[in-house]
Design a protein around this ligand. Structure first.
Ligand SMILES: [Ca+2]
Ligand SMILES: [Ca+2]
Ligand SMILES: [Ca+2]
Length: 259
């Protein structure tokens, strides 16, 4: 019997721009906290031109083989992207992307105040409980991130002055196997060519698009039943070609605090 798991992925965006000369760092942080993925397909839509990008993506009650086209009992919502605007006075050199996963070992995919509309993704420790009994890895998420396959990860410019860049190129071997998965994202920093840095004219923006799906490995995938992951997408603008601003985001697994 195929495993059934509930999970949650939230997307948030951090924008950092490096100033000239003295290296003042500008940072713009957003949290898109309404984006549920209970395994399935996730698309991202975010912009730094709004203060609240919540509830752009939502995939609830996911399980192996659910995706955007075949949601089954999973509730899938969202088809979006992250818009990267360059609001500084200096254009900078290149854009970097990194992906951090904050995962909760949980009983039912709910560690928030309200996972139903109207959503409130404030962490609620009273809902953070290890389990269920059928979760065969109650101290983590097992290989879940390797089981979320990236079907698309692109970066384009709204002006189309450059061709769309396939961010999966050179990414998928990050964890040693050729599958393109979220595990590769956790281990990677993507540096875009400088031509893809949005102009500061206020009109052009970069556009990150991502789709993914939960694969069926053919073996029980019970080790992430009820677990929750938040994906935090970091976007940085580096001033100089020699710089690497970001580090790989990695995976943090959070257990309930003992009380
Ligand atoms: Ca819970
Ligand atoms: Ca891989
Ligand atoms: Ca687990």
């Amino acid at each position: 019997m195929r495993s059934v798991a509930a999970a949650l992925i939230l997307i948030s965006l951090v924008l950092a721009g490096a100033g000239y000369g003295t290296w003042a760092i500008y940072q713009d942080t957003e949290t898109s906290s309404g984006n549920y993925v209970q395994a399935g397909t996730l698309d991202i839509y975010l912009t730094d031109h709004t203060t609240d990008a919540n509830q752009q993506w939502l995939v609830l009650n996911s399980y192996p083989r659910t995706d955007e086209d075949n949601p089954g009992q999973s509730s899938w919502m969202g088809s979006g992207q992250i818009k990267v605007h360059n609001d500084g006075s200096l254009r900078g050199d290149h854009i970097e992307l990194a992906f951090k996963f904050k995962c909760y070992e949980d009983d039912d995919g709910d560690v928030f105040v309200s996972p139903t509309y109207p959503y409130d993704f404030t962490y609620d420790s009273s809902k953070h409980t290890i389990g269920p009994e059928s979760d065969t890895n109650q101290s983590g998420i097992g290989d879940w991130l390797k089981e979320i396959k990236l079907t698309k990860l692109n970066y384009g410019l709204s002006s189309n002055r450059e061709t769309t860049y396939n961010l999966l190129n050179g990414l998928c071997m990050a964890d040693g196997d050729s599958e393109c998965t979220m595990n590769d994202l956790a281990l990677s920093v993507i540096k875009l060519p400088s031509d893809y840095t949005p102009l500061t004219d206020g009109n052009e923006y970069g556009l990150i698009q991502m789709d993914f799906e939960i694969i069926d490995t053919g073996t029980p995938q019970n080790d992430w039943q009820g677990d929750v992951c938040e994906l935090i997408v970091q976007v940085a603008l580096a001033q100089d070609p020699s710089q690497t601003v970001l580090s790989p985001g990695g995976v943090e697994v959070i257990l309930p605090s003992s009380n």
